[in-house]
Design a protein around this ligand. Structure first.
Ligand code: GLY
Length: 389
């Protein structure tokens, strides 16, 4: 059996097992918007029975990924049941627009994979309306002096929180496709210009010479000057949070896909080369490429997002360089599949060892976006994914 045949075999098997699990899991969790699992069972970020702050609960930034998994399944199978279940979460997400205060730059993650996906795949006019609403809210976060989109919320002095009016974060690169889509949809270039100015700012201030990427950069919100950076969810200042590297890699590819500007492809490749050079022998990705040997934690989400990014670079790369990007993507996905995946009925998730942040109290648990990107990547390897970004 050739290497290619061996790859096809396990990818086919993975795709089949994902489809089998999603068939019962979508019914089991149909009234939830999950973030993680508790004792193997999906939690519910839309539940009104728990106490949430405004940016938790229904406004939680990951609330689009469950919808994204359902839309990927609908695209693959044509089964209308996935449309029905995806729309249960969309109905709940309407609340975000009236809450308003809990929404921040993650509007892209939340609404591209729900309303906009619904519109793209079914022509649902409501999806277009809420998608454009979200794009306008995201565009409104643009700071024209610093040419960046503000990340999170809060007013100075509020509850003793750190002043974050000048903060931009690398994750935003996956939110700005909402702006590209809004321009493509309305023929109004304002949204695209904001997205490109933001991408150019991040290209200049976030991507280091070696291809590694910062998580948070603070600009002066009045003058736009860069003031400092933060380690954010990684090990520390100057470290290399792996999901942040993956957000940069896939995010700059998204800007390239929407604009055709080579500078974004070149940036994605630079981050890709850094990422590839740091993939451990076993293909499993730590939380931070510069974390100490102990304590050591994995982050499967970083592997899944980076694999999607590498596959996108491979698509755009010339014939002789495709393998440079394709091979490490397959290596990471196979490592996840063989070591960290659960396809059983004992657990409502796929990936087992995801970590939100290095310094959090909990590590190596299931996180919904890990599952979303794992599915997107496996389907992409088999040519059955849909590009929702
Ligand atoms: N967007 C926040 C995170 O990646 O955890």
């Amino acid at each position: 059996m050739s290497v290619d045949e061996r790859t096809v075999t396990w990818v086919n098997e993975a795709e089949k097992r994902i489809a089998e699990k999603m068939e019962w899991l979508s019914e089991k969790s149909k009234n939830k918007i999950p973030y993680t699992t508790i004792h193997g069972v999906h939690d519910d970020k839309s539940s009104k029975t728990q106490e949430f702050s405004l940016d938790d609960g229904i406004n939680w930034w990951t609330n689009g990924f469950w919808g994204g998994m359902l839309w990927q399944m609908y695209h693959k199978t044509g089964n209308e049941r996935y449309v029905d279940i995806a729309r249960i979460s969309e109905e709940k997400l309407k609340q975000c627009f009236t809450d308003f205060y809990g929404l921040h730059h993650d509007a892209g993650f939340m609404f591209l994979l729900t309303y906009v996906a619904d519109y793209k795949l079914t022509g649902n006019a409501e999806g277009r309306r809420f998608g454009l609403h979200a794009a306008n809210l995201l565009a409104g976060r643009f700071n024209p002096v610093g040419k960046f989109i503000r990340a999170w919320n809060g007013e100075p002095g509020e509850g003793g929180a750190q002043d974050n009016r000048g903060w931009a974060i690398i994750d935003s690169m996956l939110n700005i496709p909402l702006l590209y889509w809004a321009s493509e949809e309305t023929k109004d270039p304002r949204f695209k210009h904001i997205a490109m100015m933001h991408a150019d700012t991040l290209m200049e201030y976030f991507v280091r010479k070696d291809g590694s990427v910062r998580h948070i950069v603070q600009f002066n919100p009045e003058t736009g000057e860069m003031e400092r950076d933060y380690g954010g969810q990684g090990y520390g200042q100057g470290s290399s949070w792996t999901r942040g590297q993956a957000w940069g890699l896939y995010g700059f590819m998204m800007s390239y896909i929407h604009t055709g500007e080579d500078r974004y492809l070149d940036t994605a490749k630079r981050i890709a080369h850094y990422f590839i050079a740091n993939i451990p022998e076993d293909g499993l990705i730590p939380v931070d490429f510069r974390q100490p040997e102990e304590p050591f934690w994995y982050d499967d989400t970083a592997a899944a997002v980076a694999a999607c990014g590498l596959l996108a670079v491979a698509d755009a790369a010339g014939e002789f360089e495709k393998e440079i990007y394709h091979r490490p993507a397959v290596k990471m996905l196979k490592a996840l599949y063989e070591n960290h995946c659960d396809f059983s009925k004992d657990s409502d998730c796929f990936l087992q060892k995801c970590t939100a942040a290095y310094h959090d109290k909990s590590h190596e648990f299931s996180i919904i976006y890990g599952d979303y990107y794992f599915i997107e990547a496996i389907f992409k390897l088999n040519g059955t994914s849909v590009y929702l970004w």
